[in-house]
Design a protein around this ligand. Structure first.
Ligand code: BES
Ligand code: MN
Ligand code: ZN
Length: 488
């Protein structure tokens, strides 16, 4: 599986620059003043750097942009990457520069001369995140992993600051790997096995199989998976780094493939529904990051893993099912399946763990794409405090999140003639009625957010920190929320 670049932080040794292979990276601020590393490259290349930083081309670059000077004479390296960055960059500019460097490096070794620049660890994170490439199903001869070496003034200090960032990159890659994987590979069994593999990091991982779910009364979740040959499961991951306090709960929709069921989706674009487990993927990625950085918090992550297929045993439109909570649901459209999965898992999470707060993530509605596109996830919440804290964390991490309304007036759209509620509310306000459906399964006094990530989990063109495909959106925001609000 793709793993983030392992970055080495070394003492400065400018004598090694001339013979470095691959690409050499230097940083120059708006003032065009060269630091010692840039001066060394400038001398070796007979003032090529000077000529560049005095050009229009350099002046037009924005902070965080990069340009490559190809095949410079005087160096063994095939390129010098010049990143425009002040000595004390903001975290987001530093990350951006790292991501831009990753785009230019191809598969080559990098020597990053970061002796004079602050936030080298943020540059490293951007570099790692943007270096993603899901190539596991390509049969080309695998290339050896290139080396990434930073030269810095205080290697131990930087390495220490970079460790939690490496844990973030690992979590994001884990989410992207899950979200990218096709559904014939990432079956519910395979998904559960990959989560069980995280026990070696110190997470508790428990897998509830169909008989156990049946006993718990999770009929709405089971009704989604009953048309598939893959067994439905709920996986519970616990990270206990915070003593005896009640945990924070994360809940993810893990539909490994969504055909729509008997309410079958049209063929065009249906292949994208391999990513319909993206919410569960984010929960898994966050748990991985928390474990890797040994977070001082208690967090439980629960995912409902099902496949939504049409078959002789599939749920029909018109069927009425009973949830674990006890409410009955008239299933009008079997393609509105994510909310059915979440209803039972969220109820179970509250009953079992009595969490202090809960956030669920789901690729829940196409309507959120209509509303917010690929730039922002929809945030639906019963708590100003929790949603404000989440949106703040997301903003800090550069992950778009926008609060949506959920007034009681929308509830009437879900009234059923024969059951307590129906599973769809019609064309209007589709993301909101989905959120209102979920809210029925949340205790009023529990601070809760629902994140509709259908637009942000995967994109058809590259974003700042990810190539086209799975983004891992939300891992960084949730990790920061836990760090800022729930760690002592
Ligand atoms: N998984 C889909 C939502 C989705 C759409 C995710 C596009 C990612 C990209 C969800 O299960 C679904 O099918 N929702 C329906 C709900 C409708 C039947 C009320 C939708 O959005 O069309
Ligand atoms: Mn669906
Ligand atoms: Zn779905």
């Amino acid at each position: 599986m793709p793993t983030p670049a392992q970055i080495q932080f070394d003492e400065i040794d400018l004598d090694a620059v001339a013979e470095a292979v691959g690409r050499v990276v230097i940083f120059v601020g708006d003032d065009a003043k060269l630091d010692a590393g840039a001066r060394k490259v400038n001398t070796l290349t007979r003032k090529t750097v000077d000529r560049f930083v005095q050009s229009d081309g350099f002046e037009k670059m924005a902070v965080g942009d990069v340009k490559q000077l190809g095949y410079p004479s005087g160096l063994t390296a095939m390129g010098v990457i010049v990143a425009k960055l002040p000595r004390r960059p903001s975290a987001s500019d530093a990350r951006k520069a790292g991501a831009e460097i990753a785009k230019l490096r191809a598969d080559d070794d990098l020597l990053v001369l970061a002796g004079a620049i602050a936030r080298a660890e943020e540059i490293a994170l951007g570099l790692a995140l943007r270096g993603y490439n899901f190539d596991v199903h390509k049969t080309d001869e695998p290339k050896p992993k290139p080396a990434t070496r930073f030269m810095v003034t205080k290697p131990e200090e930087i390495a220490k600051a970079a460790a939690p960032m490496a844990a973030v990159a690992e979590g994001v890659f884990f989410t992207r790997n899950l979200t990218s994987e096709p559904a014939n590979v990432l079956t519910t069994d395979d998904f559960a096995a990959r989560l069980a593999g995280m026990q070696e990091l110190g997470l508790d991982v428990e897998i509830l199989e169909e008989d156990a779910l049946e006993k718990l009364g999770m009929r709405t979740l089971l009704s989604v998976g009953q048309g598939s040959v893959s067994p439905s499961k709920v996986v519970v991951m616990s990270w206990n780094g915070g003593g005896h306090e009640a945990p924070f709960a994360l809940v993810g929709k893990g539909v490994v493939f969504d055909t729509g069921g008997i309410s079958l989706k049209p063929a065009a674009g249906m292949e994208n529904m391999t990513m319909d487990m993206g919410g569960a993927g984010v929960v898994a990625g966050v748990m991985r990051t928390l474990a890797l950085r040994k977070a001082k918090a208690n967090v439980v992550g629960l995912v409902g893993l099902v496949e939504n297929m049409p078959s002789g045993s599939a749920t029909r439109p018109g069927d009425v099912v009973k949830s674990m909570k006890g409410d009955t649901i008239e299933i009008i459209n079997t393609d509105a399946e994510g909310r059915l999965v979440l209803a039972d898992v969220m109820w179970y999470a509250q009953e079992r763990f009595k969490p202090v707060g809960m956030i669920n993530l789901a690729t829940l509605t196409g309507a959120i794409l209509v509303a917010l596109g690929h730039e922002n996830a929809g945030v639906f919440s019963n708590s100003d405090e929790l949603s404000d804290a989440f949106i703040k964390a997301a903003k800090t991490e550069g992950e778009g999140a926008w609060r949506m309304p959920m007034d009681p007036a929308y509830d009437k759209l879900l009234k059923s003639r024969i059951a307590d509620v129906k599973n769809v509310g019609g064309r209007n306000a589709g993301s909101i009625t989905a959120a209102k459906f979920l809210q029925r399964f949340v205790n009023d006094d529990l601070p809760w957010c629902h994140l509709d990530i259908a637009g942000v989990a995967s994109t058809s063109s590259a974003t700042g920190f990810a190539p086209a495909g799975a983004t891992g959106w939300g891992v960084m925001a949730l990790n920061r929320l836990i760090a800022d609000e729930y760690e002592g």
